[in-house]
Ligand binder design. Structure first.
Ligand code: PLP
Length: 373
């Protein structure tokens, strides 16, 4: 099917073309061996991903959502507990807290980085608080040093939601190795994407790693011995071998995303939009390139009509989602995240995007802004 957009938000077809031979070979070998569940490829991928992050353990699971759910369980989250997180994220960051019977407690964002505002965390801590989930939103690491300091002081766990940030660096350290554990998503459109659903938990703790291994596979220690209540949340071998092929290209692909972001930054200098802010000592991997623009909804429509597929991440902050209304939040509770949700606009970015694509996006944006003046 041909896309109705001349420049898509992400282009997975182009990427497949560039690695087709290796992907097809890896997949057909799994199919030939009928080694579909917990096959060798899963172990190989886990080892390779540990090398990328530098964490001791990687446990492949069936999605980023399951990674969060299992990690929260392994960290001991129980009914009645509270877990602090940002309101500006994908729903799974918080819904998995609720799935454990615990309560997500939302915090506003830093208006420049769009990540959880560390200055707003301590006021939310109660006797029920068990941990904090910072999210490295859009591929940019959250400000981990103050978060770790607060966690240590109050004896809380830190679980990094790194679903959008494979390979990103915070003060030279790879995301996923700073908190007690971290979760990754390999949803197809993520910086490292499977051909279906997949995810991983990463940790330096042997006991957390062991618990996750049990949880993902029915609490199974041996074939007919089930130690704890577990789930069917395994990463399948086909996804693992696809990810293994793609992992070899991740650094190069992330570098191209950073180059694309830097070209956008240059071209948008005199355009009335706010470009992403990247603090010194942080290396974002630009899962998304999100600008802020007044009259966002009109600009969104205008660009889509011009054949540019733009996105919105996210139009409704979690504290205002119907799902979380029983928690009693209301409009005005988190002004920074609320304004951002009305202004944020994701421009096309993917490793294969060309300079002329980017120039075209920017000139279309200028045209649309002129018209909506
Ligand atoms: C994609 C994503 C998830 C969920 O991952 P899935 O693999 O789609 O289940 C969780 N958190 C964030 C921030 C995400 O972007």
């Amino acid at each position: 099917m041909k896309s109705k957009y001349s420049i898509p938000l992400v282009n997975l077809k182009l990427q497949y073309k560039s690695i087709k031979k290796d992907i097809d070979k890896a997949m057909s070998s799994v199919i030939k061996d009928t080694d579909f569940i917990m096959g060798e490829g899963v172990k190989f991928f886990e080892e390779a991903f540990s090398q990328l992050t530098g964490a001791k353990y990687t446990i492949g699971v069936s999605s980023g959502t399951d990674a969060l759910f299992l990690a929260l369980q392994a960290l001991g989250v129980k009914p009645g507990d509270e877990v602090i997180t940002t309101t500006h994220t994908f729903v799974a960051t918080a819904s998995t807290i609720s799935m454990c019977g615990a309560t997500p407690v939302f915090v506003d964002i830093d208006p420049k980085t769009y990540n959880i505002d560390p200055k707003r965390i301590e006021e939310k801590i109660t006797r029920k608080t068990k941990g904090i989930i910072p999210v490295h939103i859009y591929g940019q690491p959250a400000d981990m040093d103050p978060i770790m300091k607060i966690a240590k002081k109050h004896k809380l766990f830190v679980l990094e939601d790194a679903a959008q940030a494979h390979g990103a660096l915070y003060k030279g350290r790879s995301v996923g190795t700073i908190g007690d554990a971290a979760t990754f998503s390999f949803y197809p459109g993520k910086n490292l994407g499977a051909y279906g659903d997949a995810g991983a938990v990463v940790t330096n703790s042997e006991s957390i790693a062991q618990t996750i291994r049990l949880l993902r596979n029915h609490g199974r220690r041996e074939k007919y011995t089930h130690d704890i209540l577990g789930y069917g949340s395994r990463m399948d071998t086909l996804q693992a071998v696809i990810l293994l092929v793609k992992l070899k290209h991740l650094r190069k692909w992330n570098k191209r995303r950073r180059e694309a972001a830097s070209l956008y930054n240059d071209l948008l200098k005199n355009v009335p939009v706010i470009i992403p802010f990247e603090p010194k000592s942080i290396e974002s991997v630009y899962h998304l390139y999100a600008i802020r623009v007044e009259g966002r909804d009109g600009v969104y429509e205008g660009l889509r009509k011009a054949g540019i597929e733009v996105g919105i991440h996210y139009p409704v902050p979690l504290h205002l989602q119907p799902l979380f209304q029983p928690l009693g939040y209301k409009e005005g509770d988190f002004p920074q995240a609320e304004v951002l949700s009305k202004e944020t606009l994701s421009l096309p970015i993917f490793p294969e995007i060309t300079k002329s694509d980017i120039k075209k996006v920017v000139s279309s944006l200028k045209n649309v802004l002129k018209r909506t003046d």
